[in-house]
Design a protein around this ligand. Structure first.
Ligand SMILES: [Zn+2]
Length: 109
């Protein structure tokens, strides 16, 4: 199985570029490859009505991050301080790293 390629991954700093959370930025908590979605820390909170499951959980309203589609987020370059297009470059002879196409900053450290 070939892992699909995404422009973002866990712990990336990204900015939301569309939808109601547009303009906000935070780190990616999780990538959901099969859904092409990401969960971003403190972004896109939704209220969920939770049912009580035996003694494991209490019923009530939970707030949690809802996944956002990958196309709604862009990698944020900390140097440019804005969402940027990224390129790939080989660094240290073998490692593939993503870099900011605007300022050239390597974004994988
Ligand atoms: Zn940059």
């Amino acid at each position: 199985m070939i892992a699909p390629k995404f422009h973002v991954k866990k712990n990336d700093l990204v900015m939301v570029v569309s939808g109601k959370e547009k303009g906000k930025s935070c780190r990616i908590l999780r990538v959901l490859p099969e859904k092409k979605k990401v969960i971003i820390e403190k972004i896109n909170f939704i209220k969920q009505h939770a049912r009580a499951h035996g003694k494991q959980r209490q019923g009530g309203i939970l707030e949690k991050e809802a996944p956002l589609h990958l196309s709604n987020v862009m990698l944020l370059c900390e140097k440019c301080n804005k969402p940027v297009r990224i390129g790939h470059r080989i660094v240290e002879s073998s490692t593939k790293a993503r870099y900011c196409r605007k300022c050239g900053e390597i974004l994988d450290k």
